[in-house]
Write a new protein. Structure first.
Length: 262
């Protein structure tokens, strides 16, 4: 199921198109040449602006780079798909590059991810750091013990596991810890607001259900979505690649639409 995010400035305001997984091939979301089909949004900058060439394409790889930054200064960035999606499998490969920005918070070290069911970039406040969304988190070895990749993070959202509401910000996966320079393959299988599965190198590492907005409105952006008429249940949204002060590379970004299940 695919939704056109150009018509979506708050959740729940788009028509849908259902596609059969058997009838559709994998669709390349990244063409390997440029950022066509994607919109950057960096904290403190308007949607569509790519300050300091943060997001760039080199040798067929989509890269997040900070070589033109003086300081990070809280300029969290995300590169958003121009379409919003509901039922699909997303796959890609990632690896980390270089060191984190010196003035970025320590948690961003060898840390990135892909957001899904995200609000579109045009709806973010100018100084908003993260979209209301859920995140398939990418982590790598810091040399301090186990640090599994493939966790789920919940900026402004909640989820359920086996019928129980989960409000903590991070739910850990069962994935192993990978070195920063290693390419890692991930799959994110999303069934609207029903179930989500994380896979790393072909193995399931996390499964949860019922992605939803946080009704407590613990971040201001969620309150704004509610005020705009958003529903609590999250069934679709944009995909966004993260840039939060650590260099990271992405490649082979592809999506397969899935049928909506009853």
């Amino acid at each position: 199921m695919i939704r056109n995010s150009a018509l979506v400035l708050a959740f729940g305001l788009a028509a849908s198109l259902s596609c059969s997984a058997e009838d559709r091939p994998w669709v390349k979301l990244f063409n390997g040449r440029n950022l066509d089909g994607w919109t950057p949004k960096v904290t403190g900058h308007p949607a569509g602006e790519n300050p300091f060439n943060t997001f760039r394409v080199e040798d067929g790889i989509l890269k997040v780079s900070y070589d033109a930054y003086g300081k990070f200064s809280g300029q969290y960035g995300h590169l958003y798909s121009n379409l919003a999606y509901s039922h699909y499998i997303l796959r890609m490969e990632y690896r980390f590059d270089g060191k984190m920005m010196a003035d970025a918070p320590s948690y961003v070290n060898l840390n990135s991810g892909v957001m899904y069911h995200s609000q579109p970039p045009q709806s973010l406040g100018l100084k908003q750091s993260f979209p209301v969304s859920l995140e398939f988190q990418f982590l790598a070895d810091e040399g301090k013990g186990e640090r599994p990749t493939g966790n789920v993070c919940t900026p402004g959202t909640n989820l359920e596991i086996e019928g129980k509401l989960v409000t903590q910000h991070i739910v850990e996966s069962t994935a192993p810890t990978f070195p920063a320079e290693e390419w890692v393959k991930i799959e994110l299988e999303v069934h609207g607001n029903k179930e989500v599965i994380h896979r790393v190198n072909g193995k399931e590492v996390l499964r949860y259900q019922r992605p939803q907005l946080d009704p407590e409105g613990r971040i201001e952006a969620t309150k704004e979505l509610y005020a705009a008429g958003a529903e609590e249940s999250l069934s679709f949204g944009n995909i966004a690649l993260q840039a939060e002060g650590q260099g990271v590379w992405f490649r082979n970004i592809e999506l397969k639409p899935l049928d909506e299940t009853p």
